[in-house]
Design a protein around this ligand. Structure first.
Ligand SMILES: Nc1nc2c(ncn2[C@@H]2O[C@H](COP(=O)(O)OP(=O)(O)OP(=O)(O)O)[C@@H](O)[C@H]2O)c(=O)[nH]1
Ligand SMILES: [Mg+2]
Length: 324
């Protein structure tokens, strides 16, 4: 059996660019072993330099293809790019998307790119906590951009994208008559709107529908200091990516320089704190209260006690343990 390498040793290795150590740290984030907490504390302290970009949109909107193309463009500008794909059907394992046009293996062999797919339903839950710890690994080890791709359905997935500095919502032509992001309830979380697949003839209609929707929304929101922009792209033709990178950079600048941007950073911190607390609580709660859970729910189903009484009994005596 391989010797256990302590997490703080892995951090040392990761900080000098050892990608195997980075990957192992991410696995420990998923496993939620208390042993790695001080190591992640160190990474968190070192992080804070990267531009974290969340990319979300309905299934099939072209997110993964967009992330690949964007990464190639950022690499061409000399930037290092980390990708966290919170996506069970992630194509990042070395296959190709869009036939031969974009070979993911071109990214996979590049030292300036790190790609990780996160398990969406781990034994411990805690997907947001683990994903954001994986982001810290990349941020602390000097990646300029960290892209989090999540599918825009399901509250947990959408929340993770929102924990980024800049949220990109991808809409695409050809997926039905409406702007799908409206139905998914994610239109309003966008800092930047991408309309992908603009090589398609029906893209203009998607762009104008989206712009109309945004104009209606703006008149309601009453002068927020950041105005989301609509950026048409085509990964097939490699078009629109300079505009996208400019929009991302402008948003990062706005985050740094506006009080609304600073508030947003505090909200992200609060989200992380709450998600981590939730995760700790549910792990320890389930570990220590499982026998009581079965007993009390039996009493409840027989209507010998009420739901409130059951909850009080379940909670009685539960105490969160201190640090390991
Ligand atoms: N014409 C055209 N098709 C594209 C473009 N980008 C992506 N597609 C196609 O759209 C489909 C979906 O692309 P993906 O990148 O896998 O979309 P996704 O949003 O990641 O999909 P999920 O991971 O399933 O949510 C694929 O068949 C792509 O080939 C584009 O720029 N132009
Ligand atoms: Mg995808």
């Amino acid at each position: 059996m391989a010797k256990f390498v302590p997490s703080d040793v892995l951090v040392e290795r990761a900080l000098v660019g050892d990608s195997a150590a980075m990957a192992r740290l991410m696995s420990r984030a998923e496993a939620a072993t208390p042993e790695c907490r001080p190591a992640f504390a160190r990474l968190y302290q070192k992080a804070g330099q990267a531009h974290i970009v969340g990319i979300t949109g309905v299934p099939g909107s072209g997110k993964s293809t967009l992330v690949s193309t964007l990464t190639l463009k950022l690499r061409a500008a000399g930037k290092r790019v980390g990708i966290i794909a919170v996506d069970p059907s992630s194509p990042y394992s070395g296959g190709s998307i869009m036939g031969d046009r974009i070979r993911m293996s071109a990214l996979a062999g590049d030292e300036g790119v790190f790609i990780r797919s996160m398990a969406t339903r781990g034994a411990h839950g805690g997907m947001a906590r683990a994903s954001l710890e994986a982001v810290d690994v990349l941020d602390a080890t000097g990646f300029d951009y960290v892209i989090i791709e999540t599918v825009g359905v399901g509250q947990a997935e959408v929340e993770i994208a929102r924990a980024a500095h800049t949220v990109v919502v991808v809409s695409a032509p050809g997926l039905g008559d409406d702007i799908q992001a409206i139905k998914a309830g994610i239109l309003e979380i966008a800092d930047v709107h991408v309309v992908s697949k603009c090589d398609r003839p029906d893209a203009n209609r998607t762009i104008s529908d989206l712009k109309t929707m945004l104009t209606l929304g703006l008149s309601l929101s009453g002068g927020a200091s950041w105005q989301p922009k609509v950026v048409p792209t085509s990964s097939a033709q490699g078009e629109g990516f300079e505009e996208l990178i400019t929009a991302l950079d402008r948003h990062a600048q706005w985050m740094r320089s506006s009080s609304a941007g600073q508030d947003r950073l505090r909200h992200i911190a609060e989200f992380r704190m709450l998600k981590t607390a939730e995760d700790l609580l549910s792990q320890q709660f389930l570990a220590t209260r499982k026998p009581a859970l079965a007993l009390i729910s039996g009493q409840l189903s027989e209507r010998r006690i009420s739901p409130y009484q059951a909850a009080e009994r379940l909670l009685a005596g539960f105490q969160l343990e201190g640090p390991a």
